[in-house]
Design a protein around this ligand. Structure first.
Ligand SMILES: NC(=O)c1ccc[n+]([C@@H]2O[C@H](COP(=O)([O-])OP(=O)(O)OC[C@H]3O[C@@H](n4cnc5c(N)ncnc54)[C@H](OP(=O)(O)O)[C@@H]3O)[C@@H](O)[C@H]2O)c1
Length: 334
């Protein structure tokens, strides 16, 4: 088996810049690890798009195979609790960052990164969610742990047509919240209505330029994937004791704010770091996503792309032109 070859996308660093190509690799090319997995599905996340275009903040050394998400079947395992034939999910940790990731037909990873596929979930469904779904679930979990409940008032989601955003809208609607979706993509408004968003706002509605430290309060909670002045505006427009789950930085990693929302309105900022979230809680969230928080409606809003046709989606995601989730199918040969 060791001299068997498999397909993988490789990102190469050349003197002219970064280039992606489909290559044949051998199992012996993969890093050390207790568990060898035949990947059936992966998904495309913003972080993958950065890694695939040579972002050294995500991936230090190239050549590299991106893919922070993978779902598949265990082929070999030296860990007593993980057996060949078992269906598993690997997201987060270092997968796809500096460890060869899910854009290859095989991965080899430490046992401590592996989550058994919940019984009522398929491998495909797990990648409809992927890191984006796990992150949205973690954000909701932390908001509710901080006291948020549907009777508190409207909850706003920014970057709503993206992976984390669309799943956050769907989860909040499922839990009974009144959801406002902020999106700069009119083409995605139908999708957001299908997900159950009660209100759709353009990005400018959450981009205050008055310089005032506090504005009319609106939101009982927020899930923000955008950062920058959008997050600063959410802080100014949050109700007393509102909580904001801070997930992303697609607009900016900066946060141009004052302390007033915190000291006058008691607003809470909750950090979301899905990559290093502890394993027992990680399994609990996957179980919730497979059962009480399941989102079957996301299937129809997911684009399924074979591995060899993934390339154009990478640039489109960086331009903000993708909607919902993109699942990568590694079961089909071209
Ligand atoms: N903290 C964590 O653990 C964690 C985990 C996963 C992802 N993330 C982060 O969360 C963010 C979203 O990730 P994703 O995978 O959901 O990405 P994505 O699918 O590309 O979605 C991002 C969305 O943000 C909006 N957007 C894009 N550029 C924008 C800009 N310049 N200004 C305002 N809005 C913009 C777009 O939605 P609209 O057109 O609808 O506005 C876009 O669809 C990224 O920063 C990612 O790194 C964090």
């Amino acid at each position: 088996m060791q001299d068997m070859t498999f397909r993988a996308i490789r990102v190469l660093e050349t003197r002219e810049g970064f280039r992606r190509e489909m290559v044949q690799r051998q199992l012996t090319d993969l890093p050390e690890g207790e568990v060898l997995i035949r990947v059936h599905y992966s998904s495309l996340n913003y972080k993958d798009a950065l890694s695939a275009t040579g972002h050294k903040g995500i991936t230090r050394t190239y050549p590299h195979t991106p893919g922070i998400d993978a779902a598949g079947v265990v082929v070999e395992s030296t860990h007593p609790d993980i057996k060949p034939g078992q269906k598993v999910i690997v997201t987060s940790y270092d997968l796809g960052m500096n460890t060869d990731g899910g854009f290859g037909e095989y991965i080899r990873v430490p046992a401590s990164w592996v989550v058994g596929l919940p019984q009522s979930m398929t491998l495909f469904e797990s990648m409809v969610l992927g890191t984006a779904g796990f992150t949205a679930a973690l954000a909701l979990y932390k908001l509710e742990r901080n006291g948020l409940n549907p009777s508190d008032g409207p909850v706003v989601v920014t970057g709503a047509s993206g992976g984390v955003g669309s799943l956050a809208v769907a989860l909040l609607v499922k839990r009974g919240y009144e959801v406002a979706a902020v999106s700069g993509s009119p083409a995605a408004y139908d999708m957001l209505r299908q997900l159950g968003a009660h209100e759709i706002l353009p990005r400018e509605a959450v981009n205050d330029t008055t310089g005032r430290p506090i504005l009319k309060s609106r939101w009982a909670g927020a899930i923000d994937t955008v950062g920058g002045n959008t997050l600063a505006t959410l802080l100014k427009t949050s109700r007393r004791e509102a909580s904001i789950a801070v997930c992303g930085l697609v607009a900016s990693p900066e946060l141009p704010t004052t302390v007033y929302p915190f000291i006058l309105n008691g607003v809470n900022l909750l950090g979301i770091d899905s990559a290093t979230y502890p394993m027992p809680l990680r399994k609990q969230l996957w179980s919730l996503l497979a059962n009480k928080w399941s989102l079957p409606q996301m299937h129809s809003l997911t684009t399924e792309v074979p591995l060899d046709q993934l390339d154009p989606y990478v640039e489109e995601m960086l331009r903000g032109n993708t909607q919902g989730r993109i699942v990568v199918d590694l079961t089909k040969k071209e």
